[in-house]
Design a protein around this ligand. Structure first.
Ligand code: NDP
Ligand code: HSE
Length: 430
């Protein structure tokens, strides 16, 4: 039975994502109505610059007063695609207070202050959905929150930032420069309003915090996520990776400790073998592995950024929230019933690729090897290339703790024969 009275939607933000949300709501209005059981009505569109021409949007719906829009009282669902912390947070909590459910794509806010949003949704008996906040179009939040609710997830690992994957891919495959590739990613609508969030790893860290929280049913604060971006990855690193049969990707890795008593969450560039499925994730695509006790290893893959792909995830949430509303039901709220501590990065165990500039003379290799041995870091391979009394030494280790590796590197820097540590990169995916 189709309800004739429409469900009213307030769209907060009409940029890269919001424009596509509005377009799909209009072009697929009949299908969406049939799937929901009631038509959708775009009741208002809040923006910053009201004079901007917005194709397909009735100018009468455009307002700069987002607060008044969410306070109207007749809004069923608020779609927040403004981004950032404020005014998004206040608008979302105000929307709940005034009876609306919320769909958001705002990973920065969810990672910074998710509990406040969850608690406001709970207090007012409304839904908070945010599929688009992690990995663009890829259904990942709903599978973790719902499909895997009966399983025990131990690890989530993958590429969750489209912009950085696009940049690394362009640098690696097309030999493009870093700035040129970043400009292209921005022009394609992949980058955040401030692309520092992408290239410095803040965006991926926010996603890791959200994923770890949902996967392990615990709160993982954003500041507990170890974060490194891609700004220091050079074309020399990419070439070195290629020589090893690897490529470089910015990874987010969330793990439950073997004893189940703690978790870790980290974001950093890593070398991965070309034979690993993540190595073939190109452009702004994302891919995430979820490893759980019963299901085993699941892979989620698809477009990780961009207006239309992200709008697909927003629309999926909008349909779900509207169905809940008509059924007088609610979707899942926060599930953070465990209180697992987040271990420091020093406890993380992985492999490392270290590039040293050293003096090319007898005994140097032995000196370097001794430092590794003294810190309990076992060497897997060493490659040396000498020129004019200097040499480049590339050491790949077996698995060691980050703390042991840090100690090793500090000691190496103290050797007279070590001129410099050109780069250190973790090696994952083996
Ligand atoms: P844009 O910068 O393209 O759009 C932001 C929109 O918000 C604009 O329409 C802007 O208005 C409006 N806005 C900004 N400040 C205010 C304000 N104070 N009051 C009302 N409106 C305001 O961002 P995106 O569309 O790219 O991203 C939106 C959200 O989606 C962010 O949280 C982002 O992280 C997330 N996201 C983005 C993806 C992408 O690929 N772009 C992918 C996944 C998630 P105006 O148009 O007048 O400037
Ligand atoms: N800036 C983000 C990215 C958008 O590049 O992945 C998608 O969350």
């Amino acid at each position: 039975m189709m309800r004739t009275r429409p469900l009213k939607v307030a769209l907060l933000g009409c940029g890269v994502v919001g424009t596509e949300v509005a377009r799909i709501m209009t072009t697929h209005a009949d299908d969406l109505a049939a799937r929901i059981g009631a038509p959708l009505e775009l009741a208002g569109v809040a923006v910053r610059r009201p004079g901007k021409v917005r194709e397909g949007i009735d100018p009468a719906l455009v307002t700069t007063d987002a607060t008044a829009l969410v306070k109207r009282g007749d809004i069923d669902v608020v779609v927040e695609v403004i981004g950032g912390i404020e005014p998004a947070r206040t608008l979302i909590t105000t929307a709940f207070e005034h009876g609306a459910s919320v769909v958001s794509a705002n990973k920065a806010l969810l990672a910074e202050d998710g509990p406040t949003l969850y608690e406001a949704a709970e207090r007012h008996g409304r839904d908070l959905y945010f599929e688009a906040a992690v990995a663009g179009a890829i259904p990942l939040i709903r599978p973790l929150r719902e499909s895997l609710a009966g399983d025990h997830v131990n690890r989530v690992l993958g590429i969750v930032n489209g912009t950085t994957n696009f940049i690394l891919d362009r640098m690696d495959i097309a030999g493009a420069g870093y700035s040129e590739a970043l400009d292209e990613a921005t022009a394609l609508g992949y980058a955040e309003a401030d692309p520092t969030a992408d290239v410095e790893g803040f965006d991926a860290a926010a996603k890791a915090s959200i994923l770890a929280g949902i996967a392990f049913h615990t709160r993982v604060r954003l500041d507990a996520v170890h974060r490194e971006g891609i700004t220091e990855v050079t074309s020399a690193d990419l070439a070195s990776a290629k020589r090893m049969g690897c490529t470089v990707k910015l990874l987010a890795i969330c793990e439950r400790a073997a004893d189940g008593r703690s978790v870790t969450a980290r974001v950093h560039p890593a070398m991965i073998p070309l034979s690993h499925p993540l190595a073939s994730v190109r452009e702004a695509y994302n891919a995430v592995f979820v490893e759980s006790e019963a299901a085993g290893r699941l892979m989620f893959y698809g477009p990780g950024a961009g207006g239309a792909p992200t709008a697909s995830a927003v629309l999926g949430d909008l349909v779900a929230v509207c169905r809940n509303r008509l059924a007088g039901a609610r979707g899942p709220g926060e599930s953070a019933y465990t209180r697992l501590p987040v271990s420091p990065m020093g406890d993380v165990v992985t492999r490392y690729h270290i590039n040293l500039d050293v003096a090319d003379k007898p005994g140097v290799l032995a000196q370097v090897a001794t430092v590794f041995a003294e810190h309990g870091v076992s060497i897997d391979t060493v490659r040396q290339k000498g020129k004019d009394g200097e040499a480049s030494l590339v050491v790949v280790t077996h698995r060691a703790s980050d703390a042991a590796l840090t100690g090793t590197v500090e000691a190496l820097r103290g050797l007279d024969t070590v001129r410099g540590v050109a780069s250190i990169m973790r090696v994952e995916g083996e």
